[in-house]
Structures are given as structure tokens and as C-alpha cells.
Design a protein around this ligand. Structure first.
Ligand code: F0G
Length: 360
């Protein structure tokens, strides 16, 4: 009999199994996982060319089980919640946290309630929350108000909060920084990402610092964070009452991890800047059209920001830049259709089809 095929793909057991010695888990922690993590770090040839040779890599976090980076943190948060006896979890969300919380709660066999700003979350994300049987509550208010509500509920009732205010979320998400270093065999020089509620920039910075502290890497990247022009409280230095942007995932006026995000920016010698919705959508189309990579608009802001800096000559050709692509494009199919040409209706005849093909 032939020996069974041994494939490296079959050995990946999720972020807790792989990075558990760097996470707040013990033998007693029941591991709640959907085998998140181990996402590709894809070279971006077209972007590199636009930047004059600087090597750009895309960290494809939309390839996690619920199609966003939240799954890393949710694995740790749900594992700890179950370890601590929780029977239910709650979060506020612009969509991705709710999708991930719903899926991991289903996996753990506990209840999940999600509060989202009414009419503001992308179609795919709402579908995920409901099919995983979460109680989806559309709040007549903003994300920031929803976050205040879930904080209050979790303080008064035995329901575990799984927003990134929960330190276990940050712990799980820092594993993406480990992976990038493990994949490159070194840290990147610059690390670009969207900033919304600001948990992820804090998580990455923590991950890089821990690898540096333990001598796994010998320098730290600059953290480059980007906010949408009309939803840029950190850049503007004041909360935004009515944030506006096509990037609904980061439509946030008062980020929970504001101070820690500023610390990550300053300690790393990086920056947090804003880019317009127009730039975001340009990067969105460029990624899909030139790199073959479909992301949601909030994720495209990493690339929009890097292109903005590139125009100012920010990068040198010998540098490595990693752009985190936080969520998959299919989360928000309506936006993709809006940004694309309408399909042509043609008769079911070969000459009509050929005529159309050669006229475009
Ligand atoms: N990109 C995507 C696709 C997101 O969904 C989020 C946040 C961010 C970036 C920003 O990350 O908040 O850690 O700075 N989404 C949250 C949610 C707010 O509810 O899904 P952050």
C-alpha cells in the first residue's frame, strides 16, 4: 500500500496551535478554531513598478475562514470566553467583527448578539451574521454608539465582550505580524494598514515588538496607518461626530484604541494619514484589475495610502512594504458592481457575441 500523501497544508491547525506559546492560553484552554491564519503574503508586481521598484507584498487577510482578519482575534477571544464559562458573547460592529463573532460563537456552541449601525454594513457581512444564527440588532445610531451600548451591557450582564477592547482579540491578531516575519524571513521596512477602531495597528505593533524582544527579528517596521478623509479622527486630532466614507468597515468617529494607535505610530517612527474616498476606490479597482486581488474598500486604503506616500518619494527601492488587505471583496458585492461596467445584453447568436468582443 502507498503511504498517504504528506502535505504541509494539512498540518496547519490555526493560530492558537501554531503560536500558542506566545498567547495567553494553557493546556486547559478549550481551543475554538476554524483554522484561521497562514494567509498568503502575495508579491504585488504592478504596485512595485508604480513605486519605482520598492518590493510590495499583500497580506491576504480576506482568506481567513470568515474572510477577514478578525478571525485570528476571535479564535483567542472565544477560546478564553469558553474557558471562563461564558454562555454568550456580544460585540458592536461595522460588519466584519460581527461575522467573525457569529461564526466562532456557533463553533463554540454559545449565543452571540451583534449590534450594527442600521443600514451601514455591507451585504455579505450581514448575511454572515444571520446565517451563523447571531441575534443581529440594527441600531438607530452610529458604530460608536453601538460600541458604547455593548460596553454597558457587558459590564452589567454575564455576556463577554468580543470587540478589540477585549485584550484576547489583540493577542490573536498580533499573530499576523509573526506570520509576516516568518514568511519574509525578516520584518518588512514598512507596514501599511487601515485604521478604524484602531485595534489592529495596536495588535501588529505588539506582535513585531515581541518578536524583536525575543530576538526573532532585529529591527522594527514603521507602522503606516490610513483613515478615510471624512472619518479621520486620529489624523484630525478630534472625534468625528458624523463620519462619512465608502469604506464602511472603517466609518468610525471615535476609535476605542486611539491612544495606543498613536503610540504605535510614534514608537515605530511611522505615520497615520488620511486618503480620500476617490483614492480608496482607485486603489480598489487597481488591486482587482492589475493584481487580480479583490478586497473590500476599507482594505484598499492600505494601498491607496502607500501610493500617496510613493508619490512623495517616501520609499526607497531596496525597501520591503507590506500592505495588509483586511477583508475580502465579496463582503461588499454591491460596491464592486457600482464601480464596474454594466454587463452587455446580447442575443444568443455567435455573430452578435463576436461583434461585441471585438468592439470593446
Ligand atoms: N479593515 C476592515 C475590513 C475592517 O473590518 C476593520 C474594522 C478595519 C480594517 C480596521 O481595523 O478597527 O482594528 O482599526 N472593522 C471593525 C468591525 C470595526 O466591526 O468589523 P481596526
Amino acid at each position: 500500500m502507498k503511504a498517504p500523501m504528506r502535505s504541509p497544508f494539512l498540518t496547519w491547525q490555526g493560530v492558537i496551535e501554531h503560536y500558542g506559546d506566545r498567547l495567553p492560553v494553557t493546556e486547559a484552554t478549550p481551543v475554538v478554531t476554524l483554522l484561521e491564519g497562514a494567509t498568503p503574503l502575495t508579491p504585488a508586481a504592478s504596485l512595485s513598478e508604480r513605486l519605482g521598484g520598492t518590493r510590495v507584498f499583500l497580506k491576504m487577510e480576506g482568506m481567513n475562514p470568515t474572510c477577514s482578519f478578525k478571525d485570528r482575534g476571535m479564535s483567542v477571544a472565544l477560546s478564553k470566553a469558553v474557558e471562563n464559562g461564558a454562555k454568550a458573547v456580544i460585540c458592536a460592529s461595522t460588519g466584519n467583527t460581527s461575522a467573525s463573532a457569529a461564526a466562532y460563537a456557533a463553533r463554540a456552541g454559545i449565543a452571540c448578539a451583534v449590534l450594527v449601525p442600521q443600514g451601514e454594513i455591507a451585504f455579505g457581512k450581514a448575511a454572515q451574521a444571520v446565517i451563523h444564527q447571531a441575534a443581529l440588532l440594527s441600531i438607530e445610531g452610529s458604530f460608536d454608539q453601538a460600541l458604547e451600548l455593548v460596553r454597558a451591557v457587558s459590564e452589567s450582564y454575564p455576556i463577554a465582550l468580543v470587540n478589540s477592547l477585549n485584550p484576547h482579540r489583540i493577542e490573536g491578531q498580533k499573530t499576523a505580524a509573526f506570520e509576516i516575519c516568518d514568511q519574509l524571513g525578516r520584518p518588512p521596512d514598512c507596514h501599511a494598514l487601515p485604521v478604524g477602531n484602531a485595534g489592529n495597528i495596536v495588535a501588529y505593533w505588539k506582535g513585531y515588538r515581541e518578536y524583536r524582544r525575543d530576538g526573532v527579528i532585529d529591527f522594527l517596521p514603521k507602522m503606516l496607518g490610513f483613515q478615510a478623509a471624512k472619518a479621520a479622527p486620529i489624523v484630525d486630532g478630534a472625534p468625528v461626530e458624523k463620519p462619512e466614507t465608502v469604506a464602511s468597515a472603517i466609518k468610525i468617529g471615535n476609535p476605542a484604541s486611539w491612544k495606543r494607535a498613536v503610540r504605535a505610530r510614534d514608537e515605530s517612527g511611522g505615520l497615520i494619514e488620511k486618503v480620500t474616498d476617490r483614492q480608496i476606490l482607485e486603489a480598489y479597482r487597481l488591486l482587482a484589475g492589475e493584481e487580480g486581488v479583490f478586497v473590500e474598500p476599507a482594505s484598499a486604503i492600505s494601498v491607496a495610502g502607500v501610493l500617496q506616500l510613493g508619490k512623495r518619494g517616501f520609499f526607497s527601492p531596496d525597501e520591503i512594504v507590506v500592505c495588509v488587505l483586511t477583508g475580502h471583496g465579496l463582503k461588499d458585492p454591491e460596491r464592486a458592481v457600482q464601480e464596474s461596467r454594466e454587463p452587455k445584453v446580447v442575443p444568443a447568436k455567435i455573430d452578435a457575441v463576436v461583434k461585441e468582443i471585438f468592439s470593446t
